[in-house]
Structure formats: structure tokens, C-alpha cells
Design a protein around this ligand. Structure first.
Ligand code: 7PM
Length: 278
């Protein structure tokens, strides 16, 4: 099994699981809406996540949460590119582009991003070709439906088989577009068109996805699946459940954990990696 992933001009060691910190650059309701305030806040957050031990920062301007309004490609570029430039100037960190937009992929790559995190798995027009033009790592995520409506009625005959078949098909599409296998990551997409039962099946059977021969990325931090397990705990009461979920995922083979809670997750993962050779 491969123990690293190529991220542009960097190679990320995955012999132990690592943390991807979530950096959000959507406009802050407490800000005056100005670019400078947003950029300044994003940089301070980036520094915090890096100091806590994130090896990757996932930078996104499009909100993929259920009922989110779509963001125009130009808005995404305007919000994201200054943040990428500023982070690259100040920190030595792998930047992940949380985007489905081909233009954002190409412009972000020029600015030194290392990874494309596309919740639509390069299915948008031109996305496969754009990603193929770069040397970035690519995370292919499964989603049933579209963000605005995906949680209305998630339905599968077998969530494991359907997510597996989808990821296999997207991996094949990447190969056909000339993207090397060594650049690919997969993600079952917790919460993206899935009920609690679907999410639990995917977590319990996560090892099954190792057969696709790509490092596995997961994101469960603060998600409603945790809230439901805890009898409707609000988002600020989901940390410990999130650490448990991250630990389970890592034990089942996940190599990158996407989280808002970097320090706590890194410590949980340190215990997982401490037992790996025994
Ligand atoms: C509401 C619901 C707000 C969900 C935000 C979210 C993933 C991701 C997201 C994931 C990958 C969040 C999510 N989740 N990318 N982007 N995997 N690869 O918790 O699970 O930030 S958005």
C-alpha cells in the first residue's frame, strides 16, 4: 500500500494519519464585509490551525451545507485567490482547494495549492480536464444529489456498493483523462445525501474502500450524524463524538482526517499511530 500522495511539488507522507484543517473564507456575519477584514481573519485562523498541527488547510468559498445558496465562479475566485496568495506568502503548508470550479482549480494551482477537494468528484463541465492540467492531488468525494436537496430523501439499495461503484467510476474517469493514480484520494462523503444509518454503515465498513487503492480522506467533524448519535447535541457539543469518529476511521484505514478541531484530532490520531507497529 502506497504511503504518500503527490500534492503538486510536495509529497505528503501518509504512513500515519494526518489532519486537514477546515479554513472557511465565506463572508463572516460579524465582519463589515470588507476584503481586508475577511483576509485578516482567515490568516489568523490559518496560523492557529497550522500551530495546532494541520498539514493541509482546506480553503473553500462555496458553502456545501444543506440548503446553501450557490456561489458564482467569480465570487469564488474573488474570495479564494487572495487568501491562497496570503497563506502561501506566510506559511509552508499544503493548501487544499475546496471547489468544483475548473477556473478555481487552474488559478489556485498557479498560486501553489497542492490539492483539489471536489465534493462533486470532477463531474462539473471542464473540471476533469482542468484537474488533469495540474499536478495537484485530487480528492474524489461521493455525494447523492445536490447540496440544496441532498438530505431530503437519501435512498440506496446498498450504500456501500453504490458509493464504491461511484468512486471506482470516478477513479477510472481520472485515469482516462491522464491523471496518475498516485494523485488520487477517495472520500465516502459523510452527510452528503446520507441518513444516519447510511453514515454508520459507511464508517463501520470503511476498510472495504481500501480495495480502491487510494488513500482515504474522511470528514465527520461537527456533522449532524454526531448530533443524532448524541440525541440531538448542538454543533458546539460534538467534539468528543467527533474524536471518536476520527479514531474509528483511522483504525479502519483513513489517512487524512478533515476537521475543524485540529489539536484534539491530532492527539487522538497520535494514539492510533502509536499502536500501528504492534
Ligand atoms: C454543513 C454540512 C456545513 C456539511 C458544512 C459541511 C466534507 C468536505 C465538507 C467531507 C470532503 C463541513 C461540511 N465536508 N470535503 N467538505 N469531505 N472531502 O463539515 O466530508 O465542513 S462541508
Amino acid at each position: 500500500m502506497k504511503q504518500h500522495i503527490v500534492c503538486g511539488d510536495k509529497i505528503l507522507d501518509l504512513s500515519s494519519p494526518v489532519v486537514m484543517g477546515v479554513l472557511n473564507v465565506t463572508p463572516d456575519s460579524f465582519s463589515d464585509g470588507g476584503q481586508f477584514f475577511t483576509l485578516d481573519a482567515a490568516l489568523r485562523h490559518a496560523e492557529l490551525l497550522i500551530n495546532e498541527g494541520a498539514l493541509i488547510l482546506d480553503v473553500g468559498a462555496e458553502s456545501t451545507r444543506p440548503q446553501a445558496q450557490p456561489v458564482s465562479e467569480q465570487q469564488e475566485l474573488d474570495r479564494l485567490l487572495p487568501v491562497i496568495t496570503a497563506i502561501k506568502q506566510r506559511f509552508d503548508i499544503i493548501i487544499s482547494l475546496d471547489t468544483s470550479s475548473p477556473q478555481v482549480m487552474l488559478e489556485g494551482a498557479k498560486l501553489g495549492a497542492g490539492l483539489i477537494n471536489d465534493v462533486r468528484a470532477l463531474q462539473r463541465e471542464g473540471a476533469l480536464a482542468a484537474a488533469a492540467q495540474t499536478k495537484l492531488a485530487i480528492c474524489l468525494m461521493h455525494m447523492q444529489g445536490q447540496p440544496a436537496t441532498m438530505q431530503q430523501q437519501p435512498l440506496y439499495d446498498s450504500v456501500i456498493d453504490e458509493v464504491y461503484a461511484f468512486l471506482k467510476q470516478r477513479i477510472d474517469a481520472c485515469h482516462q483523462a491522464g491523471i496518475e493514480h498516485s494523485r488520487l484520494l477517495i472520500d465516502v462523503g459523510f452527510g452528503f445525501g446520507k441518513t444516519l444509518t447510511h453514515n454508520l454503515q459507511l464508517l463501520a465498513q470503511l476498510s472495504h474502500f481500501k480495495q480502491l487503492q487510494c488513500p482515504i480522506l474522511v470528514g465527520m467533524s461537527r456533522k449532524s450524524m454526531l448530533g443524532k448519535i448524541l440525541n440531538d447535541a448542538p454543533v458546539d457539543q460534538r467534539l468528543f463524538a467527533g474524536l471518536s469518529a476520527a479514531t474509528i476511521a483511522a483504525l479502519k484505514g483513513a489517512k487524512i482526517i478533515r476537521t475543524h478541531d485540529v489539536k484534539a484530532t491530532k492527539d487522538a490520531l497520535a494514539v492510533v499511530s502509536a499502536i500501528q507497529h504492534y
